[in-house]
Design a protein around this ligand. Sequence first.
Ligand code: PLP
Length: 350
Amino acid sequence: MNFDLNRLVRENIKNLKPYSSARSEFSGKASVFLDANENSFGSPLTKWYNRYPDPQQWELKKKIGSIKNVVAEQMLLGNGSDECIDLLIRAFCNPNEDNIIICPPTYGMYEVYAHINNVEVKEVPLLTNFQLNLEGLEAAIDAATKMIFFCSPNNPTGNSLEREDIETVLNNFDGLVVVDEAYINYSRRRSFIADLKDYPNLVIMQTFSKAWGLAALRLGITFASIEIINVLNKIKPPYNINQATQELVLKALDNLEDVNVMIKETIGEREALIKGLRALDLVENIFPSDANFILVKVDDANGIYAYLKEAGIIVRNRSNVLLCEDCVRITVGTPEQNKQLIEALKLFNS
Ligand SMILES: Cc1ncc(COP(=O)(O)O)c(C=O)c1O
């Protein structure tokens, strides 16, 4: 496989002269900042929120890098990993010309961002065991395929994709292979981050929205080669990660132990929830999960969804999704929430 990043980048992005922000033009020490048209008199809050944040979030990236064992230059932070998906498609896919491949059932935003950007989406559905269809992928790839999105552990099925299958694609596809690891902290599988040195076409996404419990702050990470990150940096909004998020996530990173405790609790509750669900007649199948949710096949997904909603319990009805007929996706709750769910389900149709 001959990987040539230059071939993949859109011509207009290659030629783009990026916006040069005041905060990125000056580096060094100064005491009077009159360069960015900020409010020199301060802010109604006590913090220095009148100042634009670091456009490259170096302090935050360095701290994340020390935990993940990656240099800061190999990271791009996004306003949620959703922004990372959008940036990838806009940097590499020519509207009306290129295509991406997704493997449904999977996370919906790959397709949405491709369509927003008028980029064709080719679908190679997972096999019935929710693993990759390698022959299908080989047949679907054409000269205009710029990237393939894999989600592992996958949303909404919950399972991890086989590492060897992803490696096969990494070894044979000369476009970008994006592995979305939003739920990796709940899985025993090894992240692909350590494989960045072996694969110039590998892109990994992670997020602070799940195991880190910081969905409200909106912080996602793209890990890739410095060359790929440099392309994304050209097109990202100058101050895409706000100061409050940068400060709060820096603080959260000191609490790795607390996060590990929550991960353990979630996994314990996932197993307890599976046990509780298994005892119910209405449950037909529970798919194995490496995530903080479970996909459950029931005998009447629409009925159960509506019934639970009436009871004030919201789950995700996935019954219209390919290979997920009559399935609901249930996020693992606290012991109390899970008990409430099981008790409600016991009374369904009685
Ligand atoms: C697989 C997957 N990727 C990405 C995201 C989006 O994450 P973020 O909150 O970082 O935008 C989600 C959210 O549910 C997800 O399930």
